[in-house]
Design a protein around this ligand. Structure first.
Ligand SMILES: NC(=O)c1ccc[n+]([C@@H]2O[C@H](COP(=O)([O-])OP(=O)(O)OC[C@H]3O[C@@H](n4cnc5c(N)ncnc54)[C@H](OP(=O)(O)O)[C@@H]3O)[C@@H](O)[C@H]2O)c1
Length: 200
């Protein structure tokens, strides 16, 4: 069965992701709080593969990119009573959000996200680069931009890694959230690293 992808959040990072999907010719739904009409100009610029939908419809997808501000994670989590069967890709960076230390109380931000998404399989990815860098086209002869992935579910890590490849990027799996995931929690070592995998 084909995986249905959705992006929730149409700001900097949601739009960058939509651009990557459009460029790769992979269908994706996109939603925000304001409804599909607000997404008309973005969708028109990216073509029919990027489909503006109401939030409820986006949440019917199998793999959902959570591209909302860290401060909105709790509210986003309440969008569904049970996230079982969903893979949620956490693109958020708590570090740049005021009061995040008080909210996290020592937890990793992706563990906090998972607590707010009961039942979901959570994968941290696509958070390490500025949105405009993430979306910038790269000549394949130069190489493929590296996307780091961390998750406690090896199967979900493999699925997201395959998608990263299909988007024309190079996946580097870092293992569990409390291991490699720590390295891609801002401001840790692998954040804001714009690495390019060169052809061998
Ligand atoms: N900006 C970057 O370069 C960058 C890079 C890496 C990671 N990130 C991370 O990515 C996340 C998003 O950042 P951003 O810069 O893209 O933010 P942004 O431009 O402010 O966009 C946020 C989007 O989230 C939507 N949203 C907010 N609460 C929501 C909810 N409860 N349900 C559904 N949609 C909701 C907003 O909807 P409306 O449009 O309707 O208001 C908006 O489209 C942040 O956690 C940030 O740390 C950002």
């Amino acid at each position: 069965m084909t995986t249905r992808h959705a992006i929730v959040g149409s700001g900097n990072i949601g739009s960058a992701l939509a651009r990557l999907f459009a460029r790769a010719g992979i269908e994706v739904s996109i939603a925000n709080t304001r409804g599909p009409a607000s997404l008309g100009p973005l969708a028109a610029s990216l073509g029919s593969g990027v489909r503006p939908v109401p939030l409820a419809e986006a949440l019917e997808s199998d793999a959902i990119f959570m591209a909302v501000p860290f401060a909105a994670v709790e509210q986003f989590g309440r969008s569904l009573p049970d996230w079982t069967g969903k893979t949620v890709v956490d693109t958020t960076n708590a570090h740049y959000s005021p009061n995040s230390a008080e909210v996290l109380r020592g937890r990793l931000s992706t563990h906090y996200a998972a607590e707010n998404l009961p039942g979901a399989t959570v994968v941290k990815a696509f958070n390490q680069l500025p949105a405009n860098t993430l979306a910038a086209e790269l000549d394949p002869e130069v190489g493929r931009r590296v996307i780091f992935i961390a998750t406690d579910s090896p199967d979900a890590g493999d699925r997201v890694a395959d998608l990263v490849g299909d988007l024309g990027l190079a996946a580097v799996q870092l293992g569990r959230i409390d291991e490699g995931g720590r390295l891609i929690q801002a401001p840790n070592a692998l954040v804001l690293r714009n690495l390019i995998e060169r052809p061998l």
